[in-house]
Design a binder for this molecule. Structure first.
Ligand code: F6P
Length: 341
């Protein structure tokens, strides 16, 4: 059997660890051969391939990014895209696909499975907002990077009696902000799931200053004020209909300065959260997802995705995992509120 592998959407630490595990087990235990597809769904769409065998995956475990490249190509937004994918897979002798991605990449995998393509999914996203799995790989690395940034910002904020705002990724879900904010001892955490009141944010900041501490505010890029919209860098949409978010940190700094008279500055962590080597936990999770994904191919469990439930890896239907996003439960967010202000 020949298996195609692709990585789609925003890259994240651990993608290479999945590829390595899939190929190592697939070749040694099942005798399969592999073909890498470049740049997400653009690979099968345009027959862009890369050889994938055991020598090609050597040394990949600690390497960030993806050796296959990634893109946000949506074959369902391209005329005749799906037929082209089916034809290319046939011409290349590819019997099954392992698609490693988040909501968009696996959303495409779900639809392709429904029209007869043999596909197994692996969940990745630093945002951790994919349903069906307790965690996605990449998230732990992003949280640790953000936590380290918050730790560093505490001392400089206090030295200068400033409010410092840390804008982290998280388009729809505040998982990174919540986990990194709690781990880093943030004084205010703002997430997309719970609209914030700017007056309350300023009150919390002022109470922090009164205690002779400088407030650290962690905000997800997708957070919204109670009477406003998300802050956009550009209204232009990608192939999946997503706009480019950005600017909420600067908005908060402007409002805090104007309303409290204290200096406020913003640090936008951006793609630093997605780059570089994965943490031990992400290497472990990515490797286990890869091992179970190739087992699922062997068992012909098409249309399924590897998922973490507790400490077990189980297979769940892609359709279930991509139906809706996994958002932060307001009750979980409320736990963090005891530290606000
Ligand atoms: O989906 C993961 C993610 O990191 C989001 O948190 C963020 O909004 C988006 O990707 C940024 O994507 P890009 O690098 O394509 O601008």
């Amino acid at each position: 059997m020949r298996i195609g592998v692709l990585t789609g959407g925003g890259d994240c630490p651990g993608l290479n660890a999945v590829i390595r595990a899939v190929v190592r087990k697939g070749v040694t235990e099942y005798g399969y051969s592999f073909l890498g597809f470049r740049d997400g769904w653009r690979g099968p769409l345009e027959a862009l391939t890369k050889p994938l065998d055991i020598p090609a995956v050597r040394g990949l475990l600690p390497r960030g990014g993806t050796i296959l490249g990634s893109s946000r190509t949506n074959p369902f937004a391209v005329e005749g895209g799906v037929e082209r994918i089916k034809k290319n897979l046939q011409d290349l002798g590819v019997d099954a696909l392992i698609a490693i991605g988040g909501e968009d990449t696996l959303g495409v995998a779900t639809k392709l499975h429904e029209i007869g393509v043999n596909v197994v999914g692996v969940p990745k996203t630093i945002d951790n907002d994919l349903s069906g799995t307790d965690y996605t790989f990449g998230f732990d690395t992003a949280v640790n990077i953000a936590m380290e940034a918050i730790d560093r910002l505490h001392t400089t904020a206090e030295s200068h009696h400033r409010a410092l705002i840390v804008e982290v990724m998280g388009r729809h879900a505040g998982w990174i902000a919540l986990h990194a904010g709690m781990a880093g001892g943030a004084n205010i955490i703002l997430i997309p799931e719970v609209r914030f009141d700017i007056e309350q944010v300023c009150k919390w900041a002022e109470s922090r200053f009164r205690l002779d501490y400088a407030p650290i505010i962690v905000v997800s890029e997708g957070a919204k004020p109670k009477d406003g919209d998300e802050s956009l860098l550009s209204g232009e949409k990608d192939a999946f209909g997503h706009v480019r978010l950005g600017g909420i940190g600067d908005y908060l700094a402007r409002e805090i300065e104007a309303r409290t008279g204290k200096e406020a500055r913003t640090t936008v962590l951006g793609h630093v959260q997605r780059g570089g080597t994965p943490t031990a936990r992400d290497r472990w999770l990515a490797t286990r997802f890869g091992l179970h994904a190739i087992d699922a191919v062997h068992a012909q469990q098409w249309g399924q995705m590897a998922a973490l439930r507790g400490t077990d890896i189980v297979m769940v239907p892609l359709a279930e995992a991509t139906k809706e996003l996994k958002l932060v439960d307001p009750a979980l967010y409320a736990e963090a509120e005891v530290f606000f202000g």
